[in-house]
Design a protein around this ligand. Structure first.
Ligand code: AMP
Length: 208
């Protein structure tokens, strides 16, 4: 089973991807995590992309498609978190899947209004080791419960960058919802609810 999650920033894509992967034994591919790893490894690719990520713009399609291509060649059963992010990536991804005899089974659109998503940004912290995202309101301290290291803020998780990321999402990513609707692959889930309720609704889609 291969699943794509589409959502505006701070809608809970990462959290829901982890929950889906755990329950259904799928592999998690977050293009955002792949890019952040490239930056923290100090690679030349990392230097090129950091500035764009920090101001909420999309990274070039060719770089993204290469990263995804490398990951999916030998394996199946993925949750794609944050990819595809525009129409060109969606079309090129279909070509790539065809070549490898793979297909997408579900595209889940996590729907949330801009203000609710923006409010989540202020309390959102991440673990730099396991990449898990936490709402600090649900924690007793600022430590990652898995890795026991201090949580930090993502450099693009500020209110100003959020506005750019949201605008980019509306302009570039939102149109692919229609692309997948026309292929009868799209399922909509209300992501303004608590994560457990959102996951319940996703299970309802996947168990149908
Ligand atoms: P995310 O972790 O999904 O919120 O992504 C963080 C940032 O990484 C985005 O704001 C983009 O700058 C970049 N990014 C992640 N995935 C993609 C993609 N598929 N295409 C282009 N840029 C991406």
């Amino acid at each position: 089973m291969n699943i794509i999650l589409i959502a505006p920033p701070a809608a809970g894509k990462g959290t829901q991807s982890e929950l889906i992967c755990d329950k259904y034994h799928l592999n998690h591919i977050s293009t955002g995590d792949l890019l952040r790893n490239a930056i923290s490894n100090g690679s030349s690719l990392g230097n090129e992309i950091k500035q764009k990520m920090d101001n909420g713009s999309l990274i070039d399609d060719e770089i993204i498609l290469n990263l995804v291509n490398e990951k999916i060649l030998d394996e199946d059963n993925f949750v794609f978190d944050g990819f595809p992010r525009n129409l060109n990536q969606a079309i090129k991804f279909d070509e790539l899947l065809n070549k490898c005899n793979k297909k997408i089974d579900y595209v889940i659109y996590l729907k949330i209004d801009k203000e609710t998503a923006k409010m989540r940004i202020t309390s959102r912290y991440v673990c730099s080791k396991c990449n898990n995202v936490y709402n600090i309101k649900n924690l007793d301290n600022m430590m990652c419960p898995n890795c026991h290291i201090e949580l930090s803020k993502r450099s693009d998780d500020t209110e100003e960058v959020f506005d750019n990321r949201y605008d980019t999402y509306m302009k570039e990513t939102y149109p692919i919802i229609n692309y997948y609707k026309e292929k009868n692959l799209l399922y909509e889930v209300d992501s303004s609810n608590e994560p457990s309720k959102v996951f319940n609704d996703i299970e309802g889609v996947l168990n149908d």
